[in-house]
Design a protein around this ligand. Structure first.
Ligand code: PLP
Length: 399
């Protein structure tokens, strides 16, 4: 029987999902029936046909590349596949043709995936790190932008920032950041994993040079895959430090065209896909294809509106109960994440555990209670979440 079509607020495609309210898409998304079917069909195909099962996937990967490009407003040849968000950050950090003394701007408060590789690159290539504070971008974001501009005036090679902050859900003003970077000749790297799939992102309007995004959060795929966008003119000058046997132009000829084609001097592709150095996770690529198909049907702007409607219902109830919301009052700075700090007399970890016992799956990064619904979460579910919170608070207060 054919699965039902996806509908906002309808979790029919997640029939075995246990949580009453699954609010952990900023951590790991559950697998839809479409994702499960894609994975099991491929495994069955490998069982039946071995290597033959690979060939149809090669076309599928190119189609998916085009869809990922469309998702962020890029061109197909500007997209490469890597194992996770970090691998995308690392590839760029290793491959940019740095000069000793180049400055990289990082933000304190970011998820470490977008920090550690730059720190390592700074050691390797003798780069300078300049730190700004994520907190300066809260409120009007004007402080953060003014500080960024002051640093850019001193000369910066690259700015690394997340599209959406993992703990507060703050959506960064990428267009303003991108415009400043462009005006001052700096490159812009974006960790897109907390944004892509639920928050519109366009690499062209935001002047983004590189964007890395894992597939297991808002794209609703599985772990083990990310896409890396590299603007074409940047890819042309990258040093292919991370290249492997599958990064060469025409690098497969020796396998299919007989003798005389095994060579080690074929040029490395000067495109984003130079990062694809070896065999790829076929099942996870098909999973992403399936989940992205659903997002495509629903459209990211509609999903974003749905998530805002969900948070518009949940946030006032949380405030009434003494939680301090970290959701920005500015709409342009909102995302799929609603994070709150608990009332002063309530400890976070026991509260999180008490909610878990009541079927509310959320997380507690960096001292916040983080609610991250996605398109299958029904708006009416917020009543159940608030009831569970009342019960959990009563339990913790000994009521
Ligand atoms: C902002 C951000 N970047 C990156 C990651 C994860 O990176 P990776 O895909 O390398 O595991 C997370 C969460 O796990 C995150 O919240």
């Amino acid at each position: 029987m054919l699965d039902p079509a996806p509908r906002l607020g309808d979790r029919s495609l997640f029939p075995t999902l246990r949580a009453r309210a699954y609010l952990n898409h900023a951590a790991i998304s559950p697998a839809s029936t479409r994702v499960q079917a894609a994975v099991s069909e491929l495994v069955a195909d490998y069982a039946a046909r071995g290597v033959e099962a690979l060939f149809p996937q090669l076309e599928q990967r190119e189609r998916l590349r085009g869809q990922l490009a469309e998702l962020v407003g890029a061109h197909r040849e500007e997209i490469g596949y890597v194992a996770n968000t970090t691998a995308g950050v690392r590839a760029v950090a290793l491959c940019v043709p740095w000069s000793a003394g180049d400055t990289v701007v990082l933000l304190r408060g970011e998820f470490p995936a977008n920090v550690t590789p730059w720190q390592r690159a700074a050691e390797l290539f003798d780069l300078r790190l300049r730190w700004l504070e994520v907190s300066d971008f809260h409120g009007s974001a004007g402080d953060g932008l003014a500080r960024l501009e002051a640093v850019l005036r001193e000369g910066v090679r690259l700015v690394a920032v997340s599209a959406v902050q993992f703990q507060t859900g703050l959506r960064m003003p990428l267009e303003e950041i991108g415009a400043l970077c462009r005006a001052h000749g700096a490159e812009l790297f974006v960790d897109g994993i907390q944004g892509c799939g639920a928050t519109p992102i366009d690499v062209a309007t935001a002047h983004i040079d590189y964007l890395s995004c894992g597939s297991h959060k808002w794209l609703m795929g599985l772990e083990g895959l990310a896409f890396l966008y590299v603007r074409a003119e940047r890819a042309a000058v990258l040093r292919p430090v991370v290249a492997g046997w599958l990064s060469h132009e025409e690098g497969l000829r020796f396998l299919f065209e007989g003798a005389g084609h095994l060579r080690y001097d074929r040029p490395i592709r000067a495109r984003a896909d130079l990062v694809e150095g070896g065999a790829m996770p076929g099942t996870v690529l098909l999973a992403l294809d399936a989940s992205l198909g659903l997002l495509h049907q629903l459209t990211v702007p509609a999903i974003f509106e749905h998530l805002q409607a969900y948070h518009d219902r949940l946030e006032p109830g949380l405030r009434q109960r003494g939680f301090a919301s970290e959701r920005s009052p500015v709409r342009a700075q909102r995302s799929g994440i609603l994070s709150v700090l608990p009332p002063k007399d309530v400890e976070l970890a026991p509260l999180h555990a008490a909610l878990g016992r009541r079927g509310i799956s959320c997380s507690m990064p960096d001292g916040r209670l983080r609610f991250a619904p996605h398109w299958p979460n029904a708006l009416t579910e917020t009543d159940e979440v608030l009831t569970a919170i009342d019960e959990a608070l009563a339990e913790l207060r000994g009521g």
